[in-house]
Design a protein around this ligand. Structure first.
Ligand code: HPA
Length: 245
């Protein structure tokens, strides 16, 4: 089995059930990763866990050092990543606490360090990104969800916004016209950097709230936390089933 990492986001700062055996505080040519890389035993299998927003400190989405995170995971010999991320739901199926395994992504972010190939010392490199998520890993997650008896959407387009603010109603309407099913703030450049370093990558998008304008009124943190709690518990069950397969 190739080495697996789990990147946890909002609502999954710690991986419950991970018996930590090693902590790596790495420094990379790109700076400091979000947190120590925790290697341990998760239900009988070795897993590396990284808290994307830091632990305990909360790094906002646009300040995360995605390059240091991906470089560090590569240094540790990680070959597969399952990313867990909180999102807002845009299309009908994407109700709060639901989970989608996205197959496509649209990048609306700006000003983030989004590539390892800056073109200074290396030849111009254009990685293929036709299928931004690794199909085999996606299939593994979908099968694991079925085994855990948790309904997930097996397809979906993730729209990644800059944050840290939530979106306006018009922005969500535009994203829906673009074909986005969910909206989050951390999917990019994480997915693209994983591709650049040759690590297989798939995501579980856990819906925390209806996106802006999809319900009456404003979005509250109380609502987000309540739904995330249930959604993340399901995400952890899927991870457990995935590991056991
Ligand atoms: N928008 C962007 N990111 C999010 C949201 C949202 O509504 N909810 C959780 N992460």
């Amino acid at each position: 089995m190739s080495k697996l990492a789990i990147i946890g986001g909002t609502g999954l700062m710690q991986l419950e059930g991970l018996k930590i055996v090693k902590r790596d505080a790495l420094t990379t040519p790109y700076g400091q990763p979000s947190a120590e890389f925790l290697t341990g035993d998760f239900h009988g299998h070795e897993v590396v866990f990284l808290a994307r927003h830091g632990n305990p400190h909360a790094i906002p989405p646009h300040k995360i050092n995605y390059r240091a995170n991906l470089f560090g995971l590569q240094q540790l010999g990680v070959e597969r990543i399952i990313a867990v991320a909180a999102v807002g739901g845009i299309t009908r199926e994407m109700e709060p606490a639901h989970i989608a395994i996205p197959d496509q992504i649209i990048d609306y972010t700006y000003g983030r360090h989004h590539t390892f190939f800056e073109g200074e010392n290396d030849p111009v490199t254009h990685v293929d990104f036709t299928y931004p998520y690794t199909q085999k890993l996606r299939t593994g997650l979908i099968t694991a969800a079925a085994k855990a008896d948790i309904r997930v959407s097996p397809l979906g387009t993730y729209g990644c916004t800059q944050g840290p603010r939530l979106e306006s109603t018009a922005e969500i309407r535009r994203m829906e016209r673009d074909g986005c099913d969910v909206v989050g703030m951390t999917g990019m450049p994480e997915a693209a950097l994983a591709r650049e370093v040759g690590i297989d990558y798939a995501a579980m998008a856990v819906v925390a709230n209806w996106a802006a304008g999809k319900t009456e009124g404003e979005i509250t943190m109380v609502e987000i936390e309540m739904h995330l709690h249930k959604g993340m518990a399901n995400a952890a069950e899927i991870l457990k089933a995935f590991i056991a397969a």
